[in-house]
Design a protein around this ligand. Structure first.
Ligand code: ZN
Length: 174
């Protein structure tokens, strides 16, 4: 993953207290995520870490826009991101990830947030997403309808009516 350094937090050095961080998830960030549904974006992330007695409380707010592919016309469309998320981190004997509770071993100096940040964004994208009615790329929509439709095309590009070809077979047989 590219540029991952930017999204690493060093935990070892933190004493009890509150810490604030800001990140920007830009096109570079999303390009670095393999097989990402989101290819581009501009999301501001604010992170507050509260450390109390060996517990790290991570709170994230995410605000911005990402580009996803429209289900209907496959063009890019904006998806608003406005989310709050978080988890707690503490030290333990082995690394455990329970979603909102992470346990990391003592020899783990820093935590890489890139994957979590991507997940927080991905959670905000509706399962089906399309442009508002009438705002799709009409050319693409027509093409897709042609391809997904029942029309068959002969090799020379002429549409073939199935009933006609059945009829033609009957005539040829006589
Ligand atoms: Zn569309």
């Amino acid at each position: 993953m590219a540029q991952t350094e930017t999204y690493k937090i060093e935990l070892k050095g933190l004493s009890d207290g509150t810490y604030e961080y800001d990140f920007c998830l830009d096109d570079n960030f999303f390009a670095g995520v393999e097989d990402a549904e989101v290819a581009k974006g501009d999301v501001e992330v604010h992170l507050t870490i509260k450390k109390i007695e060996g517990n790290f409380d991570f709170k994230f707010t995410l605000e911005g826009v990402v580009k996803v592919q429209c289900d209907r016309c496959l063009d890019e469309m904006d998806c608003q991101i406005d989310a709050e998320n978080g988890f707690t981190v503490k030290y333990g004997k082995e690394n455990v990830d329970e979603g909102d509770k992470l346990v990391i071993t003592e020899d783990c100096n820093e935590i890489d947030l890139s994957w979590y940040l991507y997940e927080f964004v991905a959670l905000e994208i509706p399962i089906t997403h399309a442009h508002p009615e009438g705002e799709c790329n009409s050319e693409m929509e027509q093409l897709l309808q042609q391809y997904s439709g029942a029309k068959e095309e002969a090799s020379d590009g002429e549409p073939v009516d199935l009933r006609w070809s059945e009829l033609k077979k009957l005539i040829d047989n006589n």
